[in-house]
Design a protein around this ligand. Structure first.
Ligand SMILES: Nc1ncnc2c1ncn2[C@@H]1O[C@H](COP(=O)(O)OP(=O)(O)OP(=O)(O)O)[C@@H](O)[C@H]1O
Length: 242
């Protein structure tokens, strides 16, 4: 099956800081892929490049068989790429429902009762329905994370990019979020998930990509990757000879 997302020889630097160094990988429709790497490795920058908020210096991004490298972030969102942010970015003065409605209208292109019905269905899926009328700025951290998920999902994405959505949660909160993400994946949404909470990632993804200094240093089955000496050394700071 052809890839939903194809990243080829992607290059991006901020002065001397290289955040994407000849990065290439494919993601198949329906797959869940995890991205690991130390702080500052370029993981969030990779999402910015894929969503189009950051222009690439060189290389190509194909989505759904189309070259989107030069397309705007708004166009890519309408084509089906949506993300959650590491630091939740709700419209704080709006209600939870209104936040979901923004994604349904602006991202998914729905209007009227169709947009409202979709926003409510997503809030049900993300367990926020009982807080639909709460002001987004007043939510707990878990619910702000759930709202990030809601905002992304309400745009009806084919590809959902999750940026450290489990960070800062308690074990119990993390477990409940994993269940929600598993359900989203099970109904066919393709996921790329950046996460430092490794056990959360491993509960969902089928493949791991590890990046360091903008370079892909490993890619493969989660078990193989987590056991590789190179990854232990670079990512976990473990000396393979000890
Ligand atoms: N707009 C920018 N201008 C200059 N430097 C930037 C910019 N955005 C990111 N950087 C730098 O690029 C590097 C990679 O940042 P990025 O946020 O992509 O890393 P990350 O892997 O997501 O890190 P973390 O795990 O801490 O979130 C960092 O050194 C960061 O300071």
């Amino acid at each position: 099956m052809s890839a939903l997302l194809s990243v080829t020889d992607l290059q991006k630097s901020f002065g001397a800081v290289v955040v994407a160094d000849a990065t290439s990988f494919d993601v198949a429709p329906g797959e869940a892929v995890g991205i690991l790497g130390p702080n500052g490795a370029g993981k969030t920058s990779l999402f910015n490049l894929i969503t189009g908020t950051l222009p690439a210096d060189a290389g190509r991004i194909n989505f759904g068989g189309k070259d989107v490298t030069k397309m705007s972030a708004a166009t890519r969102c309408k084509m089906g790429i949506a993300r959650s942010f590491q630091v939740p970015q709700p419209f704080g003065g709006m209600t939870v429902f209104e936040n979901a409605l923004v994604g349904a209208t602006q991202g998914a292109g729905l209007s009227g009762s169709d947009a409202e019905a979709h926003a409510l269905a997503v809030l049900d899926e993300t367990d926020l329905l009982d807080k639909a009328n709460a002001r987004a700025g007043a939510l707990t951290l878990l619910d702000r994370k759930r709202l990030e998920l809601t905002r992304a999902l309400s745009a009806k994405p084919k590809l959902l990019l999750l940026d450290e959505i489990a960070g800062g949660l308690t074990e119990a909160e993390c477990k409940s979020l994993i269940t929600t993400i598993k359900n989203i994946h099970a109904r066919g949404t393709t996921i790329i998930w950046i996460e430092h909470v490794v056990h959360a990632l491993l509960a969902v993804v089928e493949r791991l990509i590890v990046i360091d200094f903008g370079k892909k240093i490993a890619e493969g089955a989660p078990k193989t990757i987590m056991e590789s000496a190179e990854v232990k050394e670079i990512y976990l700071g473990v000396d393979p000879d000890v």
